[in-house]
Design a protein around this ligand. Structure first.
Ligand SMILES: Nc1ncnc2c1ncn2[C@@H]1O[C@H](COP(=O)(O)OP(=O)(O)OP(=O)(O)O)[C@@H](O)[C@H]1O
Ligand SMILES: [Mg+2]
Length: 445
């Protein structure tokens, strides 16, 4: 199994990010250090460890250079609770909408899911066996009548157990009791979509009046339900919550994207500004360290690491209220991407765009062959268009690729079995015209 985030050294975190994100080494480094410092702190004795609070990071950089992408990748690495939120989603306390405290609850929900799946992985075998035995209990009476047992050596139960394991009884029907309450509870434990507490309470209330119902289901579906019930029975929920809370408080990371969108900015008189500043003010205590009460108990945010990111094209970090600026002491700038970076983005990551298109078109039996010259040319043109019109960073690659492969994408069925070499010439033929006319590229690319 891959190392979990809290065991990784900064160098390893950077290496893992390198697989997907080209350049931006400063940002990757700072984040890796900040993450590692949490694990270091955990090893300290309490007296000094308590004094060390995480240094929150603000990532600043033009649009489309990888800010959000870094967050997405950390989320995939993270074995630590991690969520990414958009600052624009929140409203000031007292207004309709989500208040900022809900991000802490969402983090906790993510943590619970994480811990729960870890715990259940440990018990997987045990639960599997028990569920199968239960299914056998249910199946035996009806099966014994319909199926002939020729083999006298093995008992019928063993025989059916074997069949069940081989998946040969999946479509048989069994009757089980479906308990509405247990289903709700799983929803509460499982999904981190931050459903409002009131809504949830209503749902729980509703389920009190619902009696468990007997239903006929396929073995396959019954297994899913029995498994969930069995999980609930074997896994100590209190323990899950306790562990999840500990991890949230000690290792949790909240990535606040689009922080620039709640900064004051150019026209302070417009409406809505008040609310934006309100959101900033609401965020303050959470970043500073406060206690958020949730249905899982009180969560202390002191040691949660916050990473904020924003393009700050219309506003500056200094447009944020000063208190908030001060709570993000580490600033990292992400750099503009060069044509060379574009080339690497097109080819290097394991999910690189060229690979995506190859796979996509490949499903219809047409092979795309990206030549080095062709890809270089794509990168150059993307860079050129960015310079001449708006600079939208690596997102330009998507628009260019879409345009470039429009014809192949449309008529792949006509050329099944062929290989299309994407050479420099091919790229030029298809794109040069559009790129050289600024007005045209403004609309098309
Ligand atoms: N450095 C990079 N390495 C690899 N891919 C990148 C890089 N920068 C951007 N991309 C690609 O461009 C897309 C857009 O990048 P991303 O979402 O990170 O932009 P952003 O910096 O968050 O911009 P915005 O400020 O507009 O939100 C990503 O989906 C990713 O595929
Ligand atoms: Mg972004």
């Amino acid at each position: 199994m891959a190392k979990s985030l809290d065991e990784m050294f900064p160098r390893e975190i950077v290496e893992a990010l390198d697989k997907y994100i080209i350049g931006q080494s400063d940002a990757k480094k700072m984040i890796a250090i900040a993450i590692r410092n949490r694990s270091r702190r955990k090893l300290l004795e309490n007296s000094i460890g308590d004094e060390i609070i995480p240094k929150n990071i603000m990532m600043i950089g033009p649009t489309g250079v990888g800010k959000t992408e870094i967050a997405r990748r950390i989320a995939k690495l993270a074995n630590a609770p991690f969520i990414k939120v958009e600052a624009t989603k929140y409203t000031e306390v007292g207004y309709v909408g989500r208040d900022v405290e809900s991000m802490v609850k969402d983090l906790m929900a993510a943590s619970i899911q994480l811990v729960q799946s870890e715990f259940s992985a440990l018990k997987e075998q045990e639960i599997e066996t028990r569920v199968n035995e239960k299914l056998l209990d249910l199946l035996m009476p009806s099966l014994a009548n319909t199926m002939e047992i020729t083999d006298i050596e093995t008992s019928p139960r063993d025989k059916f157990r074997e069949l069940l394991k081989q998946g040969k009884l999946e479509d048989k029907e069994v009757e089980i009791k479906v308990n509405p309450t247990s289903r709700v509870e799983i929803g509460v434990m499982g999904n981190g979509n931050g459903m409002d507490d009131i809504q949830e309470a209503m749902k729980n209330l509703g389920s009190i009046f619902q009696q468990p119902r007997r239903r006929k289901l396929s073995v396959k579906r019954a297994r899913e339900i029995l498994k969930e019930e069995e999980f609930d029975r074997t896994i100590d929920k209190e323990k899950v919550i306790e562990e999840a809370k500990k991890r949230t408080e000690e290792m949790g990371i909240i990535f606040i994207d689009e922080i620039d969108k709640i900064a004051g900015g150019s026209n302070p008189s417009s409406r809505g500004e008040v609310s934006r500043e309100g959101v900033q003010r609401d965020i303050l205590p959470i970043v500073e360290g406060t206690k958020v009460s949730s249905k899982w108990g009180v969560i202390d945010t002191t040691n949660i690491l916050f990473i904020a990111a924003g393009a700050f094209s219309l506003s500056k970090p200094s447009d944020l209220i000063p208190e908030l600026q001060g709570r993000f002491p580490i600033r990292v700038e992400l750099n503009d991407l060069s044509a060379d970076d574009f080339y690497r983005i097109l080819t290097e990551p394991s999910n690189a765009i060229t690979k995506q298109y190859e796979a996509l078109i490949g499903t219809e039996g047409v092979k795309l062959d990206f030549t080095e010259g062709g890809v270089r040319r794509i990168a150059e043109l993307a860079y050129e268009v960015n310079q001449n019109t708006d600079n939208i960073g690596a997102r330009r690659l998507y628009t260019i690729m879409e345009r470039l492969l429009e014809e192949v994408s449309f008529s792949a069925d006509q050329i099944v079995g062929q290989t299309i070499p994407i050479t420099e010439q091919y790229v030029n033929e298809r794109l040069e015209n559009v790129v050289s006319h600024q007005d045209l590229s403004r609309y098309i690319l």
